[in-house]
Design a protein around this ligand. Structure first.
Ligand code: SF4
Ligand code: SF4
Length: 299
């Protein structure tokens, strides 16, 4: 079983459209019944919007604890408000309460409270889902705004996808990774056999690509790069490819800007299925051929 992760240094590069197209090309190509999909972009999961899966399972995701004050036993001494370094405890009309968004879960207030009125309670930080899409099982999740532990939720999504792939002897897990280079990206990258970075030919795109490649290098994951919307700024695409060449990173083609991608998303379809002869579909197919050849060690 192989794991492919699709990354971008930032959001909005077209990473999810490429992932959906790969899911289609894999499932309708030589990997029918062999693919498991995982949307690891838990802060803004949108692979489901393109694939329109049928939901099979939904679970609460418990992500950390927050302090809760029992108003009946509270003596209103104010000590907890003083001790909280996160400014999460406030008093209104003589009633002390905790702001669950601001609370960091450090439990300092619990130890300071003279009347043992504060307890730490697990909170629901999001939802975890398992669905069936037309291109294979899909694991996805939704972290609620203001909650942390996205790395933990990404790990859960990936673990479940990987376990099913192992149980059923499937060949490939395709992970739609989160943008950026933080904790969730590290969780998404860990254990991957290959990463495709979808870059944008802009100044910030080049900067974000550099950071993404550094992260992959650090974790010893082989990286490939494709430039999306390359014809919008060809000089920028040239620069990205030259940089990759210097770094010894293979670039595998350019994907043109194509309004068909947006139309496919609106229609809830992968662009390669929606309009196979669209310029973007042709380019993505070429990228997929190289990626799949490397993954399946036929290159
Ligand atoms: S657990 Fe820590 S952050 Fe939360 S309210 Fe208590 S002192 Fe503040
Ligand atoms: S420290 Fe305890 S008793 Fe004092 S205000 Fe806070 S919750 Fe109430």
């Amino acid at each position: 079983m192989k794991q492919l992760v699709i990354l971008s240094g930032k959001g909005g590069t077209g990473k999810t459209s490429v992932t959906a197209a790969f899911a289609h090309l894999a499932a309708r190509g030589g990997l029918t019944g062999q693919v498991i999909l995982a949307d690891a972009d838990v802060d803004a999961a949108n692979l489901e919007l393109v694939l329109q899966p049928h939901l099979l399972e939904e679970q609460d995701f418990k992500g950390g604890k927050v302090a809760v004050i029992d108003p009946d036993s509270c003596s209103e001494c104010g000590l907890c408000e003083t001790v909280c370094r996160f400014d999460a405890i406030h008093c209104a009309d003589g009633l002390y309460s905790v702001d669950p968004i601001a609370c960091d879960g450090c439990a300092a207030c619990v130890y300071q409270c003279p009347s043992e009125s504060i307890t730490m309670r697990e909170q629901v930080a999001g939802k975890f889902y398992f669905s069936e899409s037309r291109y294979g099982p899909l694991y996805h999740a939704n972290l609620y705004p203001g909650h942390e532990n996205s790395g933990k939720l990404v790990t859960l999504v990936k673990q479940r996808a990987r376990l099913q792939a192992l149980d059923e002897n499937r060949e490939l897990v395709i992970v739609d990774g989160p943008p950026g280079i933080g904790c969730p990206v590290i969780s998404a990258v860990s254990g991957a056999d290959l990463a495709l970075v979808v870059a944008e030919p802009t100044v910030s795109g080049a900067h974000d690509l550099r950071r993404a490649l550094e992260t992959l290098q650090h974790f010893g994951v082989r990286a490939l790069v494709t430039v999306n919307k390359a014809d919008i700024f060809p000089a920028g695409a040239d620069e990205i490819e030259a940089f990759c060449h210097e770094q010894g990173v293979e670039t595998i083609g350019r994907i043109p800007f194509d309004l068909t991608v947006a139309s496919a998303m609106v229609a809830g379809e992968a662009v390669t299925a929606f309009q196979p002869q669209a310029p973007s579909s042709i380019a993505i197919r070429r990228v997929w051929m190289r990626v799949s050849a490397l993954l399946l060690e036929k290159a």
